[in-house]
Design a protein around this ligand. Structure first.
Ligand code: URA
Length: 433
């Protein structure tokens, strides 16, 4: 079949064969198929979808398009985690050392934040000295020696996904479940862990606002992983409010350290335990209730905190900041934001709150933007809390005086008050195995 015929076939709603998918992706990467032809195929996929076989095939070709990490004899106990992105999501900083302290091996490549969501690599970079850019050899030797390493994604990982994602971004084809599922899973398969736990977020601060779409995405990704012979689970988690109380890099690192030191910060602690237990359950093949008990124990007895320190110092980070979190640099302006009204917090526009943090300097709107580690927000009130007029809603931390009034105004508008106490929503909606 020619390039034209493959586009026409998908346009007319038929399934593509594995060899047609392979041909299309490989030729696109080599320059034999141009952007407008790939754009046409992406739009045809956007409208007509792909079946599970096609999605797995697309994922495999993209995973095979670049460097692949091999974890050798450790493979059976390796476990990875991926979050579809949220606001205040610092769970990797907690769950990675928790599961590593229990003998699971974490060899993780993470991304930087963009738009209203933060990224693990930015949070780790906030720890003075921490090196996110280790070469492949050093990354693997660290994993072998201490059972954990988290670095930024290597440039050679899934080049086909990189090229296609850039095109999707400019052709209104990002929001397609087959394309999102294959894009995420191609990177997870290329990084080579045997067990993979996906944290699929839904709600106002998530990429997927709709719970049913999030569930469908989760199911598709679990199917892809299983067809590639991986142990898979997806945990559907609520992002209708920020996770924990801190948003912004230094502030989130401090909050993650508090959890590792045993603070049971409501939804954040619950989610960290659920994700860690799912990872341990898959990697050690034990029931999730048993995994949950040893996970909580590892936090309680300090083993997770010790593993965190070992990991951070091995990657060059200054662990005196962990012992004394007051050492983290503070922003020049710490501004209190007050409520204009009285009532229960009925909803939080979490995407807007993410943008407030980003505007304060904590995030970036383009990949090349730099970020201010000290910037962000500390929340006082979350959904369900009662607020009197004049009560503090949050503290804005920033070094940029010019954004203060805009962020205050946006933040207040992101909080909806009501006379009636809203029903509490669950942090963990369900797990798909
Ligand atoms: N994240 C990815 O890596 N790919 C997508 O398509 C969407 C989110």
């Amino acid at each position: 079949m020619t390039t034209y015929e493959i586009i026409k076939k998908k346009r007319d709603g038929a399934s593509l064969t594995d060899s047609e998918i392979t041909y299309f992706i490989e030729e696109y990467l080599n320059g034999g198929i141009c952007d407008y032809q790939m754009s046409a195929l992406l739009m045809a996929i956007y409208f007509n979808g792909m079946d599970d076989r096609e999605i797995s095939s697309l994922t495999k070709v993209m995973a095979d398009s670049g460097e692949k990490i091999s974890l050798g004899e450790l493979y059976d106990i390796t476990v990875d985690k991926h979050s579809t992105g949220g606001v205040g999501d610092k769970t990797t900083l907690v769950v990675a050392p928790v599961v590593a302290s229990l003998g699971c091996v974490v060899a993780k490549m993470s991304g930087r934040g963009l738009g209203f969501t933060g990224g693990t690599v930015d949070k780790l970079s906030a720890i003075p000295g921490y090196r996110v850019d280790m070469c492949g050899k050093e990354f693997l030797s660290t994993v072998k020696r201490i059972g954990i390493s988290v670095v930024s994604q290597s440039d050679n990982l899934t080049p086909a996904d990189k090229k296609i994602y850039a095109l999707r971004d400019t052709t209104a084809t990002v929001e397609s479940i087959p394309l999102i599922a294959s894009s995420i899973m191609s990177k997870k398969l290329a990084t080579g862990s045997k067990s993979i736990v996906l944290d699929v977020k839904y709600g106002s601060g998530a990429f997927m606002k709709d719970i049913l779409k999030a569930e469908l995405l989760a199911q598709k990704m679990v199917n892809i992983g299983k067809s590639a012979n991986r142990n898979m689970a997806a945990v559907l988690t609520n992002m209708d409010k920020p996770l924990g109380f801190a948003i912004g890099n230094n502030l989130e690192v401090i909050e993650a350290i508090e959890v590792l030191k045993g603070e049971m910060i409501s939804d954040l602690y619950e989610e960290c335990v659920a994700l860690s237990a799912t990872m341990v359950s898959l990697a050690k093949k034990i029931p999730v209730s048993e995994a949950e008990a040893i996970v909580m124990d590892s936090i309680r007895n300090g083993a997770a905190l010790d593993k965190f320190k070992e990991w951070i110092s091995t990657q060059g980070g200054d662990i005196s900041y962990i012992d004394n979190t007051d050492k983290f640099e503070k922003a020049k302006y710490i501004v209190e934001v007050y409520s204009n009204d009285t009532g229960y917090v009925n909803s939080m526009n979490t995407e807007q709150i993410g943008f407030c943090a980003s505007l304060s300097g904590a995030g970036r709107s383009r990949y090349e933007d730099s970020i201010d580690f000290a910037a962000g927000l500390i929340l006082d009130k979350k959904t369900g809390d009662f607020v009197n007029k004049g009560d503090r809603l949050c503290c804005l931390h920033t070094n940029n005086k010019s954004i203060i009034e805009e962020v205050k105004d946006r933040y207040v508008r992101a909080i909806e008050l009501s006379n009636k106490k809203p029903e509490t929503s669950k942090t963990i909606y369900k797990t798909i195995w």
